[in-house]
Design a protein around this ligand. Structure first.
Ligand code: 5RP
Length: 229
């Protein structure tokens, strides 16, 4: 008997992107995150687009993709509440706390997530961790505060590095910069999120603990597992 070939990470992303369709309420507006896993969700949405009234998007990139498949994209200010927000994560722990922002969209992701009754995280199993902090923590900052915030992270034992794109500081959809912080031990995600959020010049920290996932659709070698928090 031959052993089946394990699914690739890309195939796992496709599976969880498709699995997220079960959370779409027909006729509703859906919150859409950013990243390669979400791109699979957007591909899946294309197959049911007549059931989707519209979307609120967390990035220019996702907006372009949604419009390309014919899904209207609304401004977040036009929508009071969403039934569901679907997004990926760079890390997710056993309580549904996440690190996000690897795609630099963390601020808009947190805003759209705040509109939703339910955060459905879609991720392959490489993203599941016992404790957050292995992935460098993204923090969106106002450029004039960057050096000060780097020093503040140093007092916590963290090393913050300005994210570059083609040799220049990466500029987010909001016109700001990103610091990526290594060396932190995130033993209390709720407390650390609150603490960093208070520093002057921090726009958003990529810890999503106050706005954690309620559900994670995790792509594993055994198929899609549904984790609830
Ligand atoms: C973008 C994000 C993404 O959700 C996160 O980086 C995961 O991306 P991918 O699905 O490509 O692994 O937070 O800001």
């Amino acid at each position: 008997m031959t052993t089946p070939t394990p699914l690739t990470q890309d195939e796992l992303k496709t599976l969880v992107g498709q699995a997220a369709l079960q959370f779409i309420v027909p006729g509703d507006i859906v919150g859409v995150g950013t990243g390669s896993t979400v791109n699979k969700f957007i591909d899946a949405l294309a197959t049911v687009k007549e059931q989707v009234r519209g979307a609120v998007s967390s990035s220019v990139a996702s907006t372009e993709r949604l419009r390309a498949i014919g899904i209207p994209v609304m401004d977040a200010n036009e929508v009071e509440q969403l039934s569901v927000y679907v997004d990926g994560a760079d890390e997710i722990d056993g309580q549904g706390h996440m690190v996000k922002g690897g795609g630099a969209a963390l601020t808009r992701e947190k805003i759209v997530a705040a509109l939703a009754r339910q955060f459905v995280c879609i991720a392959d199993e490489s993203k599941l961790v016992a404790m957050l902090g292995r992935f460098p923590l993204p923090v969106e900052v106002i450029p004039m505060a960057a050096a000060h915030i780097v020093r503040r992270f140093a007092t916590l034992g963290g090393k913050a590095t300005l994210r570059l794109k083609e040799g220049q500081p990466l500029v987010t959809d909001n016109g700001q910069h990103i610091l990526d912080v290594t060396g932190l031990s995130i033993t209390d995600p709720l407390a650390l999120e609150s603490q960093i959020n208070q520093w002057p010049g921090v726009v958003t920290v990529g810890i999503f603990a106050h706005q954690k996932a309620q559900v994670c659709l995790l792509g594993t070698a055994q198929g899609v597992k549904t984790l609830r928090y």
